[in-house]
Design a binder for this molecule. Sequence first.
Ligand SMILES: [Zn+2]
Length: 257
Amino acid sequence: MIMLRVLRRKLHAIDYYSARRERSLWTRLRDAALPVTLLATLPIVALMNLVLQRPIAGEMHHGTIWRDLDHAHTAIFDDFADERPSHLPRSTESPAPDERGISAGQFRLYARHAERGWPLTTSRVDLPIDGEVELYRERGRTRWRMLDDENGARRAIIAALSEKRAPQDLVQAHQVESHVTVYPLRWLGNAMIWWALLYLGAAIALVCLHFAVTRIQRRVALRARRLRRSGRCPNCAYDLRGLEFSDRCPECGDLSW
Ligand SMILES: [Zn+2]
């Protein structure tokens, strides 16, 4: 009985010390999570900027292509119809021959944009202008970028864009290549948000893990204590009754007492 009491006190001491050590391990892990999650933020923000692209379809803009008596083309966007040069026909009926020229076709263009990043938009991509041109003499629609560089309709549209006789979003969009605008402050903002999220996630995961580990340890300790009390090896449950004087279990070699 005395031995058992000593043993129990010893076990208690072991429990106490291991618990102390465990607690400091978990706090150390939580402390380490702070710089580790900070290091992970920038690659994650960069990855989000790379992977998460939300397209924003630009507004479709319509217009008419006019051909005057000298066969020179002029592209007029509907929004800018009032600024139509006086030498062009007044009528927008198509095709509407006029003493000053003819409407040669219609076109529609739109500027496409995309936003990147999460949760804040870290960059904006202006994609090349896209659209179609329908020239009456050619029948059917043609992608405007497939038109020959020397094509009068294409040159007229490009002239309208470069002379800013076109809606603002089309003027701003690059005609051939994508253009990326980066927002450095929002990168910083996203890094802070991701750091907070990651650290919170890590802290919750550590608390859950700590809880699970403690439960398992307690169950193992309880089982060992129960086995010891019934005179069995706490490791392999081998019956140690009558073997009180050997310090090791003959079955598994574990320290039996
Ligand atoms: Zn054993």
